[in-house]
Design a protein around this ligand. Structure first.
Ligand code: ADP
Ligand code: ZN
Length: 211
């Protein structure tokens, strides 16, 4: 099964993705993680991406679509994958439909009022795991790999406002796009723990895969 994870910044896409990956063995592909790895390695793509990311804008479609297209050509995604952070506008969604077959879009719906705190309290690991300061109890190491946690450069109140604007203007219309294709599954994520959101998603995935 090939899945698109949709949701505002801070909705918990990455957190759900790592739980889905563990249980359902779908390959997790995060465009944000790919960009951050490129920035860290000072690659040409990283250099282009950085200015957009720091401004809370979308990295240009040509760059982003090429990255995803290449990634989906690899052998390891043949038995199913999850896209986290792609597509992020209608152009990308239409492009994706040209080079891939998507079965399901999981839309994680969160009240805007919760997003700022979630993003600004987020601490991440280079392995892809993310945490919230409220549950870390002062810990500074990743529970999964032991790596040192850090705060993303774009997880500051100023950039977050711009990222939310970008989300509502450009990405939110994708909810309608996937609804029209009959592929939309929406899960509400409020103050309940990630495990409860995951239980809802897992039940749906199990129902669909006839387990
Ligand atoms: P979040 O979902 O918390 O905003 P991501 O890690 O998915 O974080 O993305 C971080 C940044 O990377 C985005 O704000 C954007 O600048 C860039 N980016 C990620 N995915 C895409 C995409 N599909 N198209 C354009 N830019 C993207
Ligand atoms: Zn880690």
């Amino acid at each position: 099964m090939n899945i698109v994870l949709l949701g505002a910044p801070g909705a918990g896409k990455g957190t759900q993705a790592s739980m889905i990956e563990e249980r359902f063995h779908l390959v997790h592909i995060s465009t944000g993680d790919i960009f951050r790895a490129n920035i860290k390695g000072s690659t040409p793509i990283g250099k282009v991406a950085k200015s957009y990311i720091d401004a809370g804008k979308l990295v240009p479609d040509e760059v982003t679509c090429d990255i995803v297209k290449d990634r989906l050509a690899a052998d390891d995604v043949k038995s199913g994958y999850m896209l986290d952070g792609f597509p992020r506008n209608l152009f990308q969604a239409a492009e994706l439909d040209r080079f891939a077959h998507i079965d399901l879009c999981i839309n994680i719906d969160v009240d805007v009022s919760l997003l700022l705190d979630r993003i600004c309290g987020r601490r991440v690991c280079s392995c892809g795991e993310s945490y919230h300061v409220s549950t870390l109890n002062g810990a500074t190491a990743c529970k999964k790999c032991g790596g040192t946690l850090y705060q993303r450069d774009d997880d500051n109140p100023e950039t977050v406002g711009k990222r939310l604007d970008t989300y509502f203007n450009e990405t939110a219309p994708l909810v309608e796009y996937y609804k029209n294709q009959g592929k939309l599954f929406t899960v509400k994520s409020g103050k309940q723990p990630p495990e409860e959101v995951f239980a809802v998603i897992a039940a749906e995935l199990e129902r669909r895969s006839g387990k």
